[in-house]
Design a protein around this ligand. Sequence first.
Ligand SMILES: Nc1ncnc2c1ncn2[C@@H]1O[C@H](COP(=O)(O)OP(=O)(O)O)[C@@H](O)[C@H]1O
Ligand SMILES: [Mg+2]
Length: 350
Amino acid sequence: MNELAINIQNLEKTYSTFKKDAGFSGAIKSFFVRQTIRIPAVKTMSFSIAKGEFIGLLGPNGAGKTTLLKMMTGLIPPSSGSVTAFGQFDTSTRPPAYLRRIGMVMGQRNQLHPDLPAIDSFKLAQAIYGIPDEPFERRLKQSLHLFEIESKLNIPVRKLSLGERMKMELILAILHEPELLFLDEPTIGLDFNAAKQIRNFLAETNRQFGITIILTSHYIKDIEELCKRVILINEGEVVYDGSLAGLDVRVQGERLFNIETVDESSHSKIMQWIASSEGQVKMTQDVSSNEGISFAVNSQKVGETVKEIFQLVGPHAIRDMTINERSLEDVFAEIYSRRPGATSVSEERD
Ligand SMILES: Nc1ncnc2c1ncn2[C@@H]1O[C@H](COP(=O)(O)OP(=O)(O)O)[C@@H](O)[C@H]1O
Ligand SMILES: [Mg+2]
């Protein structure tokens, strides 16, 4: 039986805030004429997550990742639609039986008390969740060992480094053996080694205990190493949902050209040639004439493309040309840019 951990149906979240004009006169004006700004942070999403999956929610800043995670954990209610957990809980009502089965680490929101050593917060969690001594100590010992952080257990949390604090937060989040773990940007701001240790810990936790993990990041390395399935989000919408391997095909199957021309007319000739290629040649970024033109072609067509460009503008019109494999970053950037101008910050007076 493959029960669902999470089932999201037509989920939407629109924030309403009041627009504030700058300065004192602005404040007076805002007092009399209040403009409501509606921010559609999540726009009609539907997808589900099976038990045991390790999902990466990836997207640029402001894409709606945190908002989505907050609705899954019940921290904020949706504007419409629903999140059902374990086939039975409506997360918007924050059922205690659901909260006991999840763990979360939400970025800036610390669960550990800064003035107390981590061990005190761990013991508090043990009491709150009623965790028997034996599994509590086993899990704690195992986690501390994985993180090589045993010696920091009795130091007030505010004296720990950012990486050490994140490790302690993670330990706290899994002590009660949750079945579902939510992590919002767990490696943000961490140095390479700490980020690596956290990825190892998460991989181990997912593998050993079969915990379903849903992680957000705008950092591709996290996703590359951990998640079999990635959900790319841009401007509140899912723009890709599938395996990383599926994206890899695109990476390996394409080559990225960057061409700088000596003059404006050659530049526009190449731009026109791209426009008339009927999708065979894909622009990968919008650039002004002095930055060169970047586009991707099928890796089989590299020779043909070079020939066509030379015929079009002549070799002397080209100042520089590079041909590279595409990075995952490039592919993501291209996918993100597929929904141009979709933001709609509508203002209304009331
Ligand atoms: N409490 C809030 N009130 C108003 N707007 C918000 C609030 N929280 C987030 N937003 C807006 O919603 C959008 C999505 O934000 P968020 O979910 O934090 O994205 P991400 O985590 O992907 O960076 C952004 O435009 C952000 O400014
Ligand atoms: Mg966020």
